[in-house]
Design a protein around this ligand. Structure first.
Ligand SMILES: [Zn+2]
Length: 275
């Protein structure tokens, strides 16, 4: 899986040029790194700068994208596993957002979450009940007679799914998350963003980096980058009808393949003029 990261030094250099042009044609190399769990990416950019970038995303956004990338790479079992994790971590996000919307402290939310954190069936129960409470209807879930046995077969019984089966499963998961997330944002946008900030990679990474700065006595130059994922809390694809992330899993897969071609990032000094 590839992430569009950016190099702090390159961006600073570009900004320092201060050329009086709307569009400065110099490209900034966009380094790619392997995905990790803490959201901090250290790399050497193509110009040789040692750089550190933190992604401004939350786990289920990245897990879903990871699942799509696994389809592209032909790892269908891994895809089903990542897509399932994305869905479960989305349920967690939903539950915490709803608890937050009733003015609960994140400390209390964390404390109560701990009691169900290792039991996905309990989490699912909480999700269904809270969803009905808030929206007055049942949430969309995996189909009990087909999709749940399929997922269990893959995850617990070593079943190797086909590409088509995996894509179909991906579309179901995408619908389950996206329909719910859109409604959640529609009703509790502020709490959605608050929960995103609180549990996203950025907050924890900032804390880790501050600790490191204290320990070493050296300041760190950090870039924060929001990776444009298919499932996206802050910059959802629903906002713009021309968003390049539109479409079902099939379309996303071809988009991911296109994006793996060498590309570069261009900094614009102003909003480009449209004719
Ligand atoms: Zn650089």
């Amino acid at each position: 899986m590839l992430l569009d990261l950016a190099c702090f030094d390159c961006v600073v250099k570009q900004v320092d040029k201060k050329e009086d042009k709307t569009f400065d044609g110099t490209s900034i190399p966009t380094p790619f790194e392997q995905v990790n769990n803490n959201g901090i990416y250290e790399f050497t950019c193509l110009k040789g700068h040692k750089s550190k970038t933190v992604i401004d995303n939350i786990n289920f956004e990245i897990l879903f994208e990871y699942g799509l990338n696994a389809i592209v790479d032909g790892y269908y079992r891994e895809s089903v596993s990542s897509l399932t994790s994305a869905m479960e971590r989305y349920f967690e996000f939903f539950i915490k957002t709803i608890l937050r919307s009733s003015k609960n402290d994140f400390d209390l939310i964390d404390k109560s979450w701990k009691k169900i954190s290792s039991q996905s069936e309990r989490q699912l129960g909480a999700y269904i009940m809270l969803y009905i409470q808030v929206f007055g209807e049942e949430p969309l879930l995996l189909k009990p007679n087909s999709e749940i046995p399929f997922r269990n077969g893959v995850i617990h019984k070593g079943y190797i799914p086909t590409k088509m089966e995996t894509i179909k499963f991906g579309n179901s998961v995408m619908k389950i998350i996206e329909e719910s997330l859109l409604k959640l944002k529609g009703k509790h946008q502020n709490e959605c963003f608050e929960t995103f900030e609180y549990y996203g990679y950025k907050k924890k990474a900032k804390e880790d980096i501050e600790k490191l700065e204290k320990k070493t006595g050296r300041g760190q130059n950090i870039m924060f980058v929001n990776i444009m994922t298919t499932i996206d809390v802050k910059n959802g694809r629903e906002k713009n009808p021309k968003d390049g992330r539109k479409g079902l899993v099939e379309k996303r897969i071809s988009n991911i393949i296109e994006r793996r071609e060498p590309r570069s990032l261009i900094l614009l000094k102003d909003t480009p003029k449209t004719k």
